[in-house]
Design a protein. Structure first.
Length: 154
């Protein structure tokens, strides 16, 4: 996977300041990735598979998602603020770290219960009562998420 148009080069102290400002602790594997790339667009068509749960029926189905871009560290707070309260609960501990080609969010949980796990918030699948994204589990860690990625054949 080739990443282009990354953000400014990060230092460990940039990440530490980010964590302090948001009162969170990022997983080590995600920090390592951000030190190398700091977000950016994906040059190739990259996909991943996950299990999607239908909000109304509860039925589960394997679906394919795509990865369009990773969010830069400096953009995460603004992107989060745009989502919080509208499609994510206020003060949720799900950070938007990437997006697919249709503006659905790939989220990293920084809450104790699901710390480090990756979720997909499909902008077309919302809870009928709250209108928040229905979050579908994708991977147990950022490293696992990266290992799931594959090039989509045309």
């Amino acid at each position: 996977m080739k990443i282009i148009n990354s953000g400014k080069k990060l230092r460990k102290k940039d990440i530490a300041l980010f964590e302090k400002e948001l009162s969170i602790c990022l997983p080590d594997d995600y920090k390592k990735f951000m030190l190398k790339h700091n977000g950016g667009e994906i040059e190739d068509e990259i996909g991943f598979k996950y299990i999607e749960t239908d909000a109304e029926t509860g039925e589960k189905d394997e679906v394919e998602g795509d990865l369009y871009e990773f969010v830069t560290l400096e953009d995460i707070p603004e992107v989060y603020n745009n989502l919080a309260g509208e499609v994510l609960p206020e003060h949720s501990k799900y950070l938007p770290i990437a997006f697919d080609g249709g503006d659905s969010a790939i989220l990293l949980c920084v809450d104790n219960d699901n710390y480090g796990k990756i979720y997909f918030g499909d902008c077309n699948l919302r809870d009928p009562e709250t209108e928040y994204y229905i979050l579908n589990y994708v991977a147990g860690s950022f490293t696992e998420f990266l290992s799931m990625l594959y090039e989509i054949e045309e």
